[in-house]
Write a protein of this length. Structure first.
Length: 132
């Protein structure tokens, strides 16, 4: 089920994302971005909406950004994909570049890309490196 943040991410309404996120207390900003099996970041990455991604990430701590970038979808019966994997799958080069910046800084323990993710990305890009 889509939230207003999912809809805003889909249509690149970064001003609405900004407004909703800033209306929440700091501790709730990260939680609201994770309440669904497919996060607003997944939607923005898949649709190629960089401004929406920037709005989603702009008020989070570095560790929280890294967690969101590495969070796979959780839709029962479907293949799990991280926002980066969705961007690679859809050939969203500007999104890939942007998401890499959030991966590089503030990696928390357990938030680094898994070997399976790295392998999948390598296969999906024909072996091209996506490292920073």
């Amino acid at each position: 089920s889509d939230t207003i943040l999912h809809c805003a991410a889909r249509y690149d309404d970064y001003k609405l994302i900004e407004s909703v996120v800033l209306s929440l207390p700091q501790q709730e900003r990260f939680e609201i971005l994770q309440i669904s099996d497919i996060t607003p970041l997944h939607v923005a990455a898949e649709t190629g909406n960089c401004k929406a991604i920037e709005s989603i990430m702009s008020h989070l701590k570095a560790e929280q950004k890294s967690i969101l970038v590495h969070t796979p979808t959780k839709v029962p019966g479907s293949v799990q994909r991280t926002p980066l994997q969705l961007a690679v799958e859809r050939k969203r080069d500007s999104v890939i570049t942007l998401l890499k910046t959030f991966m590089a800084d503030g990696k928390a323990d357990g938030c680094k890309p898994h070997d399976e993710e790295e392998s999948w990305i390598s296969l999906a890009t024909g072996g091209l490196s996506i490292s920073k």
